[in-house]
Design a protein around this ligand. Structure first.
Ligand SMILES: NC(=O)c1ccc[n+]([C@@H]2O[C@H](COP(=O)([O-])OP(=O)(O)OC[C@H]3O[C@@H](n4cnc5c(N)ncnc54)[C@H](OP(=O)(O)O)[C@@H]3O)[C@@H](O)[C@H]2O)c1
Length: 339
């Protein structure tokens, strides 16, 4: 007899045009089929929370997830039953399992065995996951950080940002690395992982504080995770021939778009603005993963406080995810699904 014959799974109910509401998602119970050859029954243990999921569900013709479809998310799961030659009962696997508690999947749906890192059963979605790969591509390749650079990172205490700060300072040896984040606790965290200085953008005087930190050096490299007023202001502080890696603009994802009155500085200062996606680096995942692992072992990439892990019932998965947009996460926000 099968161990499970149903799953609970979150579905997009109504595509949002602004902030998430109680109507945005609905939880359904769906039957699970008996396994056939090559299939696995998995129990999802950890779910990755990513700001980009908000863009996937936005109303409009370019939506990646349409109403009536399950939410997409990568996660780490345990194999409960197996008809596969590749994975056996008890194996931990990494894949795009979505917002669900149990699932029957083909073994080809699994991305890889879960990465092993002591004390980090969720390593595949945190230090050795997509956000670290994004940070690596943006900081090392797009920004090409060098020792003579002053680097600024917005969303610096987030999943991508904290890795960028460490790569810029601890690996590339940038002259000065400045993080921008919300609140004194995040400012202290950024200093603890190597930032030379950090600014709390929720402080009404943050622009003055930043000016004092930057001094006459100006800023050579800007890794932007946030957009909005922060992006616009950094344009005024960037040096001639400065460079921006545009990773994301979370400040606008819930529909609060900000005009950029200083956008013209890109022309007057001959600034290079390069957008990029983690997809550009996906073929290098194995190589970068190995490199990140080495940096962790060498102590150049600190991972002790790199996540906010939230034990969550399946009913509360959207509530945990929305913490991303409320500043209620430091480092990678991970849902630990309660059994
Ligand atoms: N290009 C790509 O392929 C790629 C891949 C991954 C991620 N991204 C983008 O990179 C950015 C960071 O992603 P992540 O996964 O590392 O998420 P994250 O930074 O961990 O996201 C959560 C944090 O964003 C900050 N935030 C939320 N709303 C904000 C607002 N209105 N203004 C300023 N800060 C705000 C909050 O920190 P504070 O407390 O500091 O406000 C929050 O804790 C996102 O824009 C994401 O879309 C892009």
């Amino acid at each position: 007899m099968a161990l499970r014959n149903s799953q609970r799974i979150w579905i997009l109910n109504k595509a949002p045009t602004g902030p998430i509401t109680s109507e945005t998602f609905r939880l359904e119970t769906r039957p699970l089929p008996a396994l056939t050859a090559g299939q696995l029954l998995v129990q999802v243990q950890y779910i990755s929370n990513d700001p980009v999921q908000r863009t996937f569900i936005s109303a409009g013709p370019n939506a990646i997830i349409k109403p009536g479809s399950p939410l997409r998310s990568s996660g780490v799961a345990k194999v409960l039953e197996s008809q596969s030659q590749k994975y056996k009962v008890g194996d931990r696997v990494f894949g795009p399992f979505g917002w669900t508690d149990f699932s029957v999947v083909d073994d080809s749906f699994v991305t890889a065995p879960a990465a092993e890192l002591p004390g980090k059963p969720y390593a595949s979605i945190s230090p050795l996951g997509m956000t670290s790969l994004t940070a690596y591509g943006g900081a090392i390749d797009v920004l090409d950080v060098k020792p003579e650079h002053t680097v600024i990172v917005s969303g610096a205490a987030g999943a991508v940002g904290q890795v960028v700060v460490q790569l810029a300072k601890n690996v590339k040896g940038a002259k000065k690395v400045i993080g921008i984040a919300g609140g004194p606790e995040k400012v202290a965290y950024l200093k603890s992982i190597g930032a030379d200085a950090a600014v709390d953008y929720k402080d009404p005087n943050w622009k003055d504080h930043l000016a004092a930190i930057v001094g006459k050096d100006g800023i050579d490299r800007f890794f932007d995770n946030v957009g909005g007023d922060i992006f616009d202001h950094i344009l005024t502080v960037l040096n001639i021939h400065g460079r921006i890696a545009l990773c994301g603009q979370i400040a606008g994802y819930n529909g609060q778009y900000t005009p950029f009155p200083h956008f013209v500085e890109i022309a007057s200062k001959r600034i290079t603005l390069q957008g990029f996606t983690v997809g550009d680096y996906i073929t290098r995942w194995a190589e970068v993963s190995k490199e990140l692992r080495k940096l962790i072992d060498e102590g150049k990439l600190k991972v002790d406080n790199a996540e906010t892990v939230v034990p969550t019932k399946i009913e509360d998965v959207p509530t945990t995810w929305t913490r991303l947009f409320e500043g209620k996460s430091r480092g990678k926000l991970i849902t630990q699904l309660e059994a």
